[in-house]
Design a protein around this ligand. Structure first.
Ligand SMILES: [Zn+2]
Length: 188
């Protein structure tokens, strides 16, 4: 069985998914790449030769700012608002107070350390943490602040939180552009 056949067989197990639809899903999954720097997923047809997504590869973007989000969909919401022109990093989730510590190993903390070291050499001056205003989001913010304190060279880095400009419980993904703009203007 080829990996494609295996993937098709996997999708066919879902209730209500026929052979044709399973094949379509499998092709879709196989044509998505993960950016080597920000780790967001993008269509392979838009891949750059260096493995970067269109945002990381865009030299007109402000490389002094790096914004961390939990999921890819948060980036879409911020890009739609048009207020941010820096770079991103997708952590891959949040750290739940209820999760066992092993669950946190799935997050891209190691890749983040590597990227931050590289960006510091490229004059990174602000790190923006953009997690939801709920206990998991706040827990994740504190965890990443700790990771940053462990990395040498981050002493001069301004670390701000976007969440303070969002209302309690709100998820970035569902916030409208005006809310996101005001969250950026009020970040601290
Ligand atoms: Zn990228």
């Amino acid at each position: 069985m080829t990996p494609l056949d295996k993937l098709i067989a996997y999708f066919e197990k879902f209730p209500g998914i026929g052979a044709r639809q399973a094949k379509r899903f499998a092709f879709h999954v196989l044509t998505v790449s993960e950016c080597i720097e920000c780790h967001r997923f993008f269509s392979q047809s838009r891949a750059t030769p260096n493995g970067l997504c269109s945002i990381c590869d865009d030299m007109t973007r402000d490389r002094s700012k790096l914004l961390m989000v939990a999921r890819d969909t948060d980036i879409q919401a911020i890009e739609r608002s048009g207020i941010y022109d820096g770079l991103y990093f997708v952590l891959g989730g949040t750290i739940s107070l209820l999760n066992p510590p092993e669950a946190n190993a799935k997050l891209r903390t190691g890749a983040f350390r590597q990227l931050i070291e590289k960006r510091l050499e490229e004059n990174l001056s602000e790190m923006i943490l953009a997690f939801a205003v709920n206990p998991d989001g706040e827990n994740t913010t504190r965890y990443i602040q700790g990771v940053l304190r462990d990395i040498s060279g981050t002493e001069k880095l301004k670390v701000s939180e976007l969440g303070r400009g969002l209302s309690t419980g709100s998820e970035l993904e569902y916030a409208d552009s005006e809310t996101i703009k005001s969250a950026f203007n009020n970040r601290s």
